[in-house]
Design a protein around this ligand. Sequence first.
Ligand code: KIV
Ligand code: NA
Length: 264
Amino acid sequence: MPDVTLTTLNKLKQSGEKIVCLTAYDATFAHLECQAGVEVILIGDSLGMVLQGHDSTLPVTVDDMVYHTRSVKRGNRGALIMADLPFMSYATLEQAVSSSTALMQAGAHMVKLEGGGWLADTVTTLTRNGIPVCAHLGLTPQTVNVLGGYKVQGRDEAQAKALLDDARKLEAAGAAMLLLECVPSELGAEVTRSVQVPVIGIGAGSDTDGQVLVVHDLLGLSISGRLPRFVKNFMAGQPDVQSAVRAYVEAVKRVEFPSAEHEF
Ligand code: KIV
Ligand code: NA
């Protein structure tokens, strides 16, 4: 597979072929995911939960993200590497610039931040300085304490309109990609139609331009023994991890995942 760039992803959106994204936190998984055809590897701050055992993503630091980004970079074979800016690492423009610099120098090709239109200046500054930005909207786990729990977002009309507004503002500010988490499928489709940049979804229906999952969820691994509604255990019936990841890639490409049972 030739190196995946933003140009590749924009072409996929235009052609209607789904983009496959998956988290990885180390070299072995990064390598395995590339072999299976994953196009975008996300070093998610979900590592605070699945690797470190915290009950939220809030304790994750920029140093943690740098460590895992370096590891993923060594195993990567041509995927686009996206790294999360962790909690409170982009509260000011200065913080956003220094945190993003650290992630890019560790091997990321783009950074992801959580939040809406109020981050427009941040997105513009990073982009002008050579750092592409993905804006994560909908259920934003870093604000779980403000949201009052991990809940589906954009359910009523006012919330849906506000989210659509945020998406347009972030695109206008220069965001190269959007990520939508836990919103009704109809809203996922509307946002995807309303912007030119690729929209990756998790719990946002099958009409987004691509899908992302936490790799532990995909493999059916969970400390609590419960998996969220939008997750499918791709390990079921597969002989090995490589086959499970390949099954996920194929299911996304064929638009077989997500199906109605995984949607809101
Ligand atoms: O941290 C993460 O893994 C994420 C995905 C769930 C989108 O942000
Ligand atoms: Na994240």
